[in-house]
Structures are given as C-alpha cells and as structure tokens.
Design a protein around this ligand. Sequence first.
Ligand code: C2E
Ligand code: CA
Ligand code: CA
Ligand code: CA
Length: 278
Amino acid sequence: SKEKGGNVAQFFDDSMRYKFQDNLLIENALRLVVENGCGFEQYYQPKTQFGEVTSMEALIRWHHPDLGHVSPSAFIPIAEDIGLILQIDEWSLNQACRQNKKWQDEGIIEVPISVNISAKHFQQDYLIPMIESALLESGMEAKYLKLEITESVFIKDPNRVAEVIRQIKSLGVLISIDDFGKGYSSLSQLLLLPIDEIKIDRQFIQDIDQNDKKALLVKSIFDIANGLKINVVSEGVETENERALLVGIGKGEIQGYLYSRPLSKEGMEEFLCVQTGV
Ligand code: C2E
Ligand code: CA
Ligand code: CA
Ligand code: CA
C-alpha cells in the first residue's frame, strides 16, 4: 500500500517498521535495567586443553519479564548505539572479577577469566580506571583477567588503540583478539601488537575436518601464533572430529558446545565438580 515517491516512508516497509519497534522496546527496557542495576545474569563457558578447564569466558544473559530471553547479539549492538554499553560492560567486568576471585578463595578453580569489551570503550577515557577499579574492588590479581576485543577497535585511530592496549598490559591484564579472521585487519598488524591470545572465529572452525582449505588456513594461523608465543583458542568446536583435527594442527585451547555450553554460576560449579570427580 506504499507508493514509490521521493519520501522517507518508502524505506519503512512493514518488516522494517516491526524491527524498528522491536528495537525501541529493547532500548527502553535496557535503559530501565541499567538504571536499576539489576536484571542481567552472567554465564560462563569453559575453555579447555587436553580435557582440562584452563580458563573461562563470561557471557551476559538477559531475561526480560515481557520480552523473554533477549540474546546479547540482539541487545549489545543496540546498547552500543545508545551509549549504554559502557555501563553494561562495567557490570560484566565487575561481576566476572568478583565471581572468579570467589571461586579462587573457595578453592573451586584458579584460572583466568575473559570478559568481552566493546570497541566503544576505546573511544573513551574510562576504560583504564574501570579496569583498575574492578581489580581493586574484587581483590583479584590482574594476571587472572583477560579482555576480549574484536578487530573492529582498530578501525578508528589504531595508534591510540595500540597505546591503550599497552596501558592495559602495563596493569598486568591480558589481551585477546576475539573473532580472529572475521575482520579486515592485516594479520601482521594485529600480531605485532602486544597481545596474549587470538580466538579463531567459529566460521573457520565449523566443519574444518571436512574442508582442506580451512584446515590449511587455520594451520598457518596456529604456526604464526605459536611461533610468536601467542595463545590460540578455537571457538565454536562442536564435534569430536573438529576437535581431533585441531589438536593435530597445533597447541591451543578449545572452546565450544562439544565440551560445554555457557553455564550459570551453579551450572559451572557442578560442571567443575564432575570434571575433577569431587
Ligand atoms: P562472542 O564473544 O564471540 O561469544 C561466543 C558466542 O558463541 C556466545 O554467544 C556463545 O554462547 C556462542 N558459542 C559458544 N560455543 C559455541 C558453539 O560451539 N557453537 C555455536 N553455534 N555457538 C557457540 P552469546 O553468549 O549469545 O554471545 C554473543 C555475543 O555477545 C558474544 O560473542 C559477544 O560478542 C557478545 N557479548 C556477550 N557478553 C558480552 C558482554 O558482557 N559485553 C559485550 N560487550 N559483549 C558481550
Ligand atoms: Ca568473546
Ligand atoms: Ca568470538
Ligand atoms: Ca560442524
């Protein structure tokens, strides 16, 4: 029922209008959650090597009374657009440090925890004080904190970003490049930075056992990273065949549904009990 005219309305077909309203709902609900300081939950996904948990990643979960479960892939980009991501990531960071310190104190596990940090933080001056405060407040040692950032941070002002990364490193905090290979940065540029880890994006891992080109590509990434003493994590490992092929390719950690989906705090504690046979 719309005419093609020169007006803006033609861009809003029904599906777009629906999506737009959806986003507005999420946006308003997000504002309330952030204001009230509750409504999020943190899940944890283990990373393993030789079947042992070597670290874990904190992943945010949001259950809204009316909207139901809203995936982070849906609300994180919105939060980035409306400027709420800074507070959300601050919540994730504080929560992860507190929980990991608690697990250490309780003798449950002593491994680094990874927290996803939006590229938006690299255009602000709050990141370093935010990290310092999370460490101070939780009492967790800096070496147990790893920040996962994506290549998209380098789009704007790569020199400034490199400087911020050096500052983070000087605190003793570790840096991981998430979704490695998905962006368009040059491999050499990325690997010249003082990074501790790369996480090979799931698209290169999926069905790697059935795709010689993927296997060759991933092998070359492993060779370079292993040579530079950069830790390699394979993301999204779902099958035993994928795992077996990756273990044959080089040294690194495995993360994915094959070992475990992201788990609640209680779920993780149960998982760890079963692992260690307690
Ligand atoms: P990511 O950091 O790349 O995290 C990996 C995503 O893949 C997670 O989705 C995880 O649940 C999922 N995953 C793990 N293993 C497998 C597997 O074997 N197969 C498949 N198909 N998927 C797997 P999730 O938890 O929905 O998170 C989506 C994205 O949201 C994350 O992608 C991350 O970019 C972002 N995110 C999550 N929590 C936070 C946060 O606290 N702050 C920020 N800025 N971003 C976050
Ligand atoms: Ca991540
Ligand atoms: Ca990832
Ligand atoms: Ca597969």
